[in-house]
Design a protein around this ligand. Structure first.
Ligand code: AMP
Ligand code: ZN
Ligand code: FE
Ligand code: FE
Length: 278
């Protein structure tokens, strides 16, 4: 229920993500590129060929007023809904400016140019730190993306610059308005940066949050108990996923799974577009 293609910072084309899902013996996969639905058409067209059903999705970058990063998965929303489209377009443009500024800072200390970064970005793709990481790998500064994120590119690094992102409760409302199903991605992923407190969960639930991605390798075990209680107390769906990025991350398709009944509930709730079955 959470995979990236080169429409954002995954390393495989959308059709190849579908083929990889077939090789991983999955019957369904959700394509959830960052702030973009540009991969839906290609992935949909590959459903028949690969025998894998596609859940059209997206991962929306959000930020709380305290500056804490929240990733929100959206399933089955209308990709043309003006309010949601406006927010992700703003975020996508801000990601470009922010990446340029980060590269300017990095270039003071490392052999890195903007061209080196662009070399790793598919045309029109949503730019992210992973693309900067790829350029640092090519320059021999780090071994892989993971090493880059553990050092130079963490949110605590002096080269890190945030980009515009909507408030998570606002994004939940927009996803619902677009007929989508909002699920909080890796909510307690403390290794990535600060995590949100009860207040933000409350705001998101009140705005219409539908589920929590609990089975995700970045959620530490302690945090999962809290999330399971929160889900039970508030009638939230529980999902599990890999957050696959091709060769960009060690995460493997199918390393976490979502129950068929949960997907059925997501399909009932999602009215903006439909699951594409082979
Ligand atoms: P950005 O969207 O520019 O803030 O970068 C965040 C993206 O980097 C997320 O999509 C993550 O999947 C990816 N990312 C975070 N940590 C790592 C890591 N350790 N290795 C590879 N990619 C990562
Ligand atoms: Zn990513
Ligand atoms: Fe994420
Ligand atoms: Fe992701």
């Amino acid at each position: 229920m959470h995979a990236h293609s080169n429409v954002s910072d995954g390393t495989e084309k959308p059709a190849d993500v579908m083929a990889s899902a077939a090789r991983a013996h999955l019957d369904v996969v959700a394509l959830t590129d960052h702030d973009s639905t540009d991969g839906w058409a290609e992935a949909s067209a590959a459903a028949g060929r690969t025998g894998v059903a596609l859940v059209p999705g997206m991962e929306v970058s959000c930020r709380t007023s305290e500056g804490i990063s929240v990733h929100l998965l959206s399933y089955l929303h209308d990709p043309a809904h003006p309010g949601l489209l406006e927010e992700i377009t703003k975020a996508k443009q801000a990601r470009q400016t922010r990446a340029e500024r980060m590269v300017t800072l990095l270039a003071e200390d490392y052999p890195l140019t903007w061209d080196d970064v662009i070399h790793h970005v598919a045309p029109g793709a949503t730019l992210g730190r992973p693309h900067i990481a790829d350029a640092l790998v090519a320059a021999g500064v780090v071994e892989d993306r993971s090493e880059a994120f553990a050092s130079i590119l963490t949110s605590r690094s002096r080269y890190f610059i945030p980009h515009y992102a909507p408030h998570p409760a606002v994004a939940v409302e927009l996803i619902r308005a677009a007929g989508g199903v909002p699920v909080f991605a890796h909510p307690v992923a403390s290794s990535r940066g600060r995590i949100v407190g009860e207040r933000t969960y409350r705001d998101m639930i009140d705005a219409g949050l539908a589920g929590l991605e609990i089975e995700h390798r970045d959620n530490p075990e302690e945090g999962r108990d809290f999330l399971r209680r929160l889900a039970a107390d508030n009638g939230l769906l529980v999902t599990g996923s890999s957050d696959y990025h091709g060769t960009g991350k060690p995460n493997l398709l199918g390393e976490n799974l979502t129950a068929p009944e949960v997907l059925a509930r997501i399909e009932d709730l999602g009215t903006g577009t439909a699951v594409v079955r082979p």
